[in-house]
Design a protein around this ligand. Structure first.
Ligand code: 5GP
Ligand code: ZN
Length: 133
């Protein structure tokens, strides 16, 4: 078996608090204890992140992200969600199996889920010229 903690969770070799499962995706509580209700959603197939993920896997993953998000708001008393992802170590990815974080949100819950950026160093127009498709 692949030496991947999320593959081991999906295959039942490592316990988790499962939220949801279907043919293509798996979802469980994050154990970080950093914010209430922190959920992870992963594809069952091992992909590292969005960069190596095929479109069909991505669509299946996002379908589950939406299903869980709507469930949180419709049935669990939440008002919204933050959807977070780090793709590559450069972006802060620590577990190399593609995963989307869902943070359930309530009005005035005091959670600041937006990173504290240090301020842009380059001209927007210069970067725009380099990166536009
Ligand atoms: P990343 O930093 O790659 O975006 O997020 C990885 C997440 O996986 C972290 O929030 C971390 O708490 C979570 N995590 C790491 N190991 C385990 C584990 O064994 N079980 C669960 N449920 N979550 C884990
Ligand atoms: Zn894996």
């Amino acid at each position: 078996m692949r030496d991947c903690i999320f593959c081991k969770i999906i295959e039942g070799f490592v316990p988790c608090m499962k939220i949801y499962e279907d043919e293509h995706t798996y979802s469980f509580m994050d154990i970080a204890k950093d914010v209430d209700g922190h959920i992870l959603v992963v594809p069952k197939i091992h992909k590292k992140n969005i960069l190596d993920c095929d479109e069909e896997t991505l669509i299946n993953l996002m379908r589950t992200v939406k299903r869980i998000s709507n469930h949180l708001v419709d049935n669990c008393g939440y008002d919204g969600v933050n959807i977070l992802n780090a793709s590559d170590e450069s972006a802060g990815q620590s577990v190399p199996h593609f995963h989307i974080h869902i943070i359930p949100r309530r009005k005035n819950d005091g959670i600041d889920a937006w990173p504290k950026f240090e301020g842009a160093k380059e001209e927007i127009t210069e970067i725009w010229e380099k990166i536009k498709l």
